[in-house]
Design a binder for this molecule. Sequence first.
Ligand code: COA
Length: 353
Amino acid sequence: MRGYLDGMLLASLSLLEGVEAERLEPIASNMHLRHADPGEVMGREGDAGETFGLVLEGVVEITRQSASGPSHLGFASKGAILGELAVLRRQPRMATLTAITPSLLAVGDSAVLAALLDIPEVHDRLQRVASTRLARDARPVTVSLRDGSMVLVRPLLEEDRREYELELNRLSRESRRRRFFSAGDLTPAMVDYLIQIDYVDHFAWVVLDRENPRRGLATARYVRQEHGQEAEIAFSTVDRHQGRGIATLLLAAIGVAAAEAGITKLIGNVLDENAPMRAVFAKVEHTTRYGEPGILVYEIAPLDAATLIEEETRAELAAAVHDVVTAASLALAVSHTHEQDLPTDDFTAPGSS
Ligand SMILES: CC(C)(COP(=O)(O)OP(=O)(O)OC[C@H]1O[C@@H](n2cnc3c(N)ncnc32)[C@H](O)[C@@H]1OP(=O)(O)O)[C@@H](O)C(=O)NCCC(=O)NCCS
């Protein structure tokens, strides 16, 4: 196994792809190599998260303690970053890392992470990695519908793909036409687009039946326009569950997430004959204008949308989603608290990753 680390090696990792090796040289010289044998624990859930690691070789398993023992979260191989959330959030590690094969990691501390975040393309990639991981971690919020039944609201995850596809297929042709402005089947590429979201520019909530949390009842999303403060919104509730107030709840939830993300305007494009969607938007302050023929464009302020639900639910949703949609500000927080330059001489970062 390799015994040295340089900018060239770091530049070969997908996370750092496109960054000049020269730029990575001082970063490489402030990281150290950590070898692990199969079965060796490289970082333990609950430990102080002072360092992060980039996987250079091998496979590392990520697990988390649950009531029924360790639960498998995934495997990390070459190019993956591990432990960065604990460093970013200055919180204990959220998972245990165990080498499955002989593994090699480049390990750095928060100053090294801050230096990486100063590289714009790395900043964007890291922001997306962090947001996606935080979305998986977000606690579902329980909300009572007006008929007294309970639903769960949480970010839509890639793991929901199967159920989400079923949900899309359960939409009637009419609902599909109203949602996608075409009643045709959705292509796999379209489903990819709808499910592989980054939570930074594209965020989606899913509503689940609390009694059967595998069953999706509805989704709502916003897609930020060119990294700006405006975002387009879209909703769909499976036909059997329409009229129960779910899209109303989701409009509020989208307002909460968008406000946390710094978005100031939500834009809804609606077929003008789509009475249920118009009825939902009409519940909050809005402006309308015609876009293309037959399409009404609603503009709504996120904070106005959020008022559709009680303050307590609003606060719970905001808490669940704040870290997910603001991974950027977490990253900035690190950059700004480590304004000193990286030391130029080698040092040994403390502990394992
Ligand atoms: C639009 C849609 C998301 C609404 O979802 P929902 O969960 O049924 O929404 P809600 O139950 O919160 O509210 C629907 C409102 O429309 C009202 N409504 C239903 N049919 C109506 C009609 N024909 N005329 C006027 N209002 C109508 C309901 O009474 C309800 O209002 P209320 O809460 O004051 O009773 C759902 O119908 C859907 O998925 N449609 C297909 C996809 C779509 O059109 N997406 C919008 C594109 S952005």
